[in-house]
Design a protein around this ligand. Structure first.
Ligand SMILES: [Zn+2]
Length: 142
């Protein structure tokens, strides 16, 4: 191995090591921000493609959280709603992680994390509840 090849290949390895120490959301070539809330998720989240009538319940304790009547297609790949079924069924808490101020949404009964709420949603509320489909299960009306 000649010396020049050794130097260039070791600096490439060093650069790679620096990149891999960044949190996954900060790495280049990965448009996804944690939770998928600021960017389009490359993989559609479970429950996003549900268009049947029914109720979205907490996956952990089955408390009804959202209804298909308030679901809308936000284009993010994450199931999104402009209002919960009942305001008292969810907890909203300010989350300042990742250098952003977001409002975290959790289940009011078991405090399971569900997603975040943003103020860029459609009428009538102007809210966008961006939920993680893994944290909920869909119960079809029937
Ligand atoms: Zn719950």
């Amino acid at each position: 191995m000649n010396r020049r090849f050794f130097i260039s290949s070791s600096s490439a390895v060093g650069g790679f090591a620096i990149l891999s120490r960044l949190p996954s959301w900060a790495q280049p070539n990965d448009g996804k921000i944690l939770d998928g809330t600021l960017a389009v998720s490359p993989h559609p989240n479970p429950l996003n493609d549900i268009h049947d009538k029914g109720t979205f319940e907490c996956a952990a304790c089955e408390l009804p959280l959202f209804s298909s009547a308030q679901k809308f297609d936000s284009g993010t790949g994450w199931p999104s709603f402009w209002a919960p079924i009942k305001k008292e069924n969810i907890i909203e808490e300010v989350d300042k992680t990742l250098g952003m101020v977001r409002t975290e949404v959790a289940c009011a009964r078991c405090e399971g994390h569900l997603g975040h709420v943003f103020d860029d949603g459609p009428k009538p509320t102007g809210l966008r509840y961006c939920m993680n489909g893994v944290a909920m299960k869909f119960v079809k009306q029937g």
